[in-house]
Design a protein around this ligand. Sequence first.
Ligand SMILES: Cc1ncc(COP(=O)(O)O)c(C=O)c1O
Length: 387
Amino acid sequence: MKFAHRIQNLKPEGAYRVMGLAQALEKKGRDIVHLEIGQPDFSTFPPIAKEGKAAIDAGFTRYNPSEGYSDLREAIAHYSEKRGIAASPSQVVVGPGAKPVLLFPLLALLEKGDEVLYPDPGFPSYRADIEIAGGIPVPVPLVEANSFSFDLEALRSRITKNTRLLILNSPANPTGGVISNSDLQEIAALARKHDFWVLSDEIYSRLVYDQSDAESIYALDGMSERTIIVDGFSKSYAMTGWRLGYAIMPNALAEKVSLLLMHAVGCTAGFTQRAGIVAIEQCDDAVSDIVKQYQLRRDQFVQGLNQIDGFNCRLPEGAFYAFPNVSEIGIPSSTLAERLLNEAGVACLSGTDFGKNGEGYLRFSYAASREQLAKAVERISSFVSTL
Ligand SMILES: Cc1ncc(COP(=O)(O)O)c(C=O)c1O
């Protein structure tokens, strides 16, 4: 069968692929520790779930505005203001998850041949979406020694007259790194000088530890007119399956992205949006509680990994991922991840599932119970001692 050029490189996300393999092993009776998929193990917070159920009964089950309910957009604008992001509700576009509002701005902005800089290792949908939208993906390496921020020299050297957009992700998947304010300032200066857009994926902005704060590049001088913030409810409020995300962008672009949503998905489920209002307005304490729990898990897990020969893991500042450097073990990352699943019963991802620069690393999601995390460390440790 002949397919369009724009999808020729599409492949499954590592997390979904490995989850399938792990479940197949479980069907055969194997016990697997699941650290592969990036989703909270907590249930959606009770007030959110209650509001969603009540909203179904109250009839929020019909078509609604493509860009989202106006009161949810207002609540998002208000929440963003508290983060230093001055945006009007008309700049907020709601979608079924962060994923569609990541793709649609690219579809709205990219012409064939436009170059898009993106982090490598980085969330796999970036490269896929750039290609679907007809752009040319230009990976920019992240550097472990710089808290997994960009190698700024490498970033500068990749900017050309065709650079149309740069994707940022802080706190980051898969590294857990947070971009420092001084790096953000330099990146913003480059965007202004070379006149390109910045798409800043801030879906993990509420999950930061050790008093770190994930600032938004949107708040820096001259950036609001060239920045698209992508955010969502999946990670902070344990709402992955509800499908609720949003993006903030200049009004003219918001109108175009709303049209793309109208034609591609119609709208976001009304009851999901009602639940989202409760999440954003009433769940700050619940979020603080889970952040504390993730931090305890992070500390326990990273300390455990660092006691294993050949594992060197930085303490991630945000998100819920550990990204240990395993290059000393001397086995390609994808083989090591495969062997950990098949021989040790620990499901994790190869760093190369996030791009070529992920070679030498593994990604573990520590959004799992402390017992499961302890079991994983024990299993990895005894597996490594047999090598
Ligand atoms: C960096 C990043 N951006 C976006 C998403 C998509 O989130 P959503 O569930 O809201 O579509 C994810 C999910 O894994 C992610 O890790």
